[in-house]
Design a protein around this ligand. Sequence first.
Ligand SMILES: Cc1ncc(COP(=O)(O)O)c(C=O)c1O
Length: 555
Amino acid sequence: MTTWATTTWALYGVGGAVLATSLVKLRRRFDLSQAKHRSLAGHARIARRIAAFLPFYEYDETRFFASDGAPANVAARRRAGFGRLSALYKTRFAETIRRTAETAESISDLQFTDAYRVPFQYRRYVQANLPSAVFMQSSEGVTVTDLDGNRFYDVSGSYGVNVLGYNFYKGAIERGAARVRELGPVLGPYHPLIIENVELLKEISGLDEVSFHMSGTEAVMQAVRLARYHTRRSHLVRFCGAYHGWWGDVQPGIGNPVPAHETYTLAEMSGDTLRVIASRRNIACVLVNPLQALHPNASAPSDSALVDSSRRAHFDKDAYAEWLRRLREICSAHNIALIFDEVFVGFRLAQGGAQDYFGVRADLVTYGKTLGGGLPIGAVCGRAALMRRFRDERPADICFARGTFNSHPYVMAAMNEFLRYLRTSEGQATYRDLDAIWNERASLLNERLRNEALPVEVANLSSIWTVCYTQPSRYNWMLQYYLRAGGLALSWVGTGRLIFSLDYTEADFAAVADRFVAAARAMRSDGWWWRNPATTNKSIRRTILKEIIARRLFS
Ligand SMILES: Cc1ncc(COP(=O)(O)O)c(C=O)c1O
């Protein structure tokens, strides 16, 4: 063969190899796109771009009451109802509102939560007329009392921390503090009661080791870091919509000023996702937040995103358990760490947490919230091989994780009270028939709402509830204000999430249900759910899109 011919064949060879590699890459890229959820939450990069494009605009007073094209008489009913509600707020919650307004300028978190209670077009008018009132002076049983002496049923659940009831945590903090008072806030050395915490957590999680942190966010950071360290791989898989705290790598979309390059956000409960997990060599861990079982692939529901009535939720325990089993198999087969982030659901669904509840074991589990017995906490439990932070054979190759306040004696003591209580017969009884109780309560409330033809229903994962709306409307977010006027304390995400503590008695719940139905009735009679039969969720979104485009083009 001539040199020319050899060179030609060599070039063909190289070209072929390059083409094959490109095709494989293309194929993998295609598989990855297939495994993304179709929603914006499934496309972090696009969501960030759209967020940067979205302009602020707001409705004037006339449009505020008729943004859905309601006729003048309906708008007038709304205006009158809104006026009554506003007057009630400004008299009944006067002192609490005054203090909130005074403080808001100095607390950035308060400014943020205050701004994100309703869709932004309505924000300022709502803020001016239904001002936030965030202070509370006391809690008792399932109620909290504001600075004006108004008592509310608490359905905020303190972001999920309140599982056993406020009275329990007050006691746990006090008793715990008494037990560690002699040592006080000495950090570094441990108080001996940590030993029992570790034993109990190992027993509950079924895992070998424990590390303590100061928040759920930190616990997740540590679990992911350990997985990366031990697998020597870079990427984490999180599922569309799932919240895992505010660390950048688990929040690759809106909310994080920089992109997360080593995170795959994939669709949950999807065969395409399983294929991607099985085929990529760079995946260190798969992070699951079992709370998503209530609304797979949807972000945490908040009333500020309640622009129409498309919020949906439905919990199917068997289907989710089957999904977790399939994930478990794939992760085991490919040496990927399966992490259950139980910061929210741990100790709420079952004593043994989501692992027990769904019957699937994880390699690492994060806990937080209620585990601290009412004080701040994050914890990671894991298999010994994954928890180690150094390698004997490579002394400089470590996985660093420390924290000044980790294992704080007062936190450990309140935690100890919490964990010990779980072992008592009373503690165990708390979890008996839990799902049956809360499913029954949800279906009773739904029946009442249906009987009165109110366009609202609740969906629940045990004691974690979300409110959904059954006919297209632009004003569903108003319900949170009627609920508060009716004596229910919600968190800043409004009707997106109601969280009950497990000390709610039948009588307590009946009172909540009465107030809920009465609030929905009042909202309807004030005209907010008037509806043009031609309106659909899609047409609502189309209207908003047109407004946004017009704003971008003409302002
Ligand atoms: C599942 C999950 N992981 C992590 C976190 C973050 O916990 P923290 O707010 O304590 O940092 C949360 C908080 O809501 C959570 O729900």
